[in-house]
Design a protein around this ligand. Structure first.
Ligand SMILES: *Cc1c(COP(=O)(O)O)cnc(C)c1O
Length: 401
């Protein structure tokens, strides 16, 4: 489908190529430091749970303001391990946002629990505390010292807010609810390393924080990797044991775990990149501010809606996501002009075919559905040049002209 065929403005010649993310530019930043370290890992031939993993776990724990870090194989496995460690399974329910990457809901279902998808705050795209409060007050009751969903009879065991696009969910009301009803709090912080809520870092706000080092995250590995944070020593130890099939001592299994280990090679990459992270985050924040300035200068702020950063909190802009009229045509128009963009996420989880058994239907989470129809992520990576950013805004202005 070409934009012109639908009556949109004529496509300008691609004057510039602006990818959604340019990892090659970042690689040049740390390559010289990394190659000798990788060589030392290769020379050691020690690939599993060695000193790079130990160093990374300590460094990320410190960076996120948490007591413990447990390196794992991916962000998805971090969520899975968190749910397993908190003993969440069949008959249990976990409240989360439907407007997120699939893993958030997928892992809840994979442990045999029921995801309860509640709507988002349209300003931040994060789980709405008001929606959670309403669900707990109107659809649940206290029974046998726990919280039971009256319609299903399931035990509501945990809240799993997502810090979407790099901004923390509104945590205080969720923490209050969790305390009042004995719920566990798992942060899906896959997109939020270094994000802050009221001065506290993502991953230190709940019982377990789950991070992803997928290459497109702000701190990306050279493949899949992730990490769980915790402040409770016993919970951290339980995750360490579950990470190696539940064997402790080795070959003696009181628990059924899995292979959720992170590789030494990935840990080495992350150890080299972590000291650069604040500078890269700063670059993303400057680009977000520059977008705000350029969109205003182009008189587009009445047309598109820019991201809303909660005052006082630290947004790390894993994604810079706007709401745009005629979003799909705009995306095509940008692509024709050489600009990468992406739709995160086109189908909210309560409407995914695989979750049909939960009985979700259109209209259940109207703000999530509206976000899925309106949002578009633009390039915001640290190495994005001012001229490239201005070009992105120029192309958007031409589209709406
Ligand atoms: C990336 C991501 C995950 C999963 O992380 P992987 O490392 O890709 O398994 C989970 N939740 C959210 C919100 C994510 O963005």
């Amino acid at each position: 489908m070409s934009a012109t065929s639908k009556g949109a403005a004529k496509v300008p010649a691609a004057r510039m190529q602006v990818p959604l993310l340019d990892l090659k530019a970042q690689y040049l930043d740390f390559k010289a430091e990394l190659l000798p370290l990788l060589e030392s890992v290769y020379e050691s031939q020690h690939f599993i749970l060695g000193k790079e993993v130990t160093a990374l776990e300590a460094a990320i724990a410190r960076y996120t303001g948490s007591a413990y870090g447990i390196g794992v194989s991916s962000g998805t496995d971090a969520l899975l391990l968190a749910l397993m460690a908190l003993d969440i399974g069949a008959g249990d329910e976990v409240i989360t946002s439907p407007y997120t990457f699939f893993a958030t809901g997928g892992t809840i279902a994979r442990v045999g629990a029921r995801p309860v998808f509640l709507d988002i705050d349209p300003r931040t795209f994060n789980l709405s505390p008001a929606a959670v409060e309403r669900f707990v007050a109107e659809e649940c009751e206290a029974r046998q010292g726990g919280l039971v969903n009256r319609a299903t009879g399931g035990k509501v065991k945990a809240l799993m807010p997502v810090h979407l696009y790099g901004q923390c969910a509104e945590m205080q009301p969720l923490i209050t609810l969790a305390r009042a009803h004995g719920l566990k709090l798992i942060e899906d912080a896959a997109q939020a390393i270094g994000s802050e809520y009221r001065g506290k870092r993502a991953g230190s706000l709940g019982d377990i924080g789950c991070f992803s080092f997928f290459p497109s995250k702000n701190l990306g590995a050279f493949g899949d990797a992730g990490l769980c944070t915790a402040n409770d020593a016993a919970l951290a130890e339980r995750m360490r044991v579950l990470r190696v099939h539940g064997g402790k001592p080795k070959y003696y299994h009181a628990l059924i775990g899995g292979n959720f280990r992170i590789d030494e090679v990935q840990a080495a990459v992350l150890n080299v990149k972590l000291p650069h992270l604040d500078r890269w985050t700063d670059g993303r924040q400057k680009n977000a501010a520059r977008y705000a300035e350029r969109f205003a200068a182009a008189s587009l702020t009445g047309t598109v809606t820019l991201p809303h950063a909660m005052p006082g909190d630290r947004h790390i802009y894993n994604q810079f996501v706007i709401r745009a009229p005629k979003r799909d045509l705009l995306k095509q128009y940008l692509a024709d002009a050489g600009v990468g963009s992406e739709i995160y996420y086109p189908v909210p989880l309560h409407l995914q075919a695989c979750f049909g058994y939960l009985g979700g239907k259109a209209g259940d989470c109207p703000e999530s559905e509206r976000a899925a129809a309106e949002t578009l992520a633009l390039p915001v990576y640290a190495e994005l040049a001012p001229a490239q950013l201005e070009y992105v805004v120029d192309v958007i202005r031409a589209f709406y002209a």
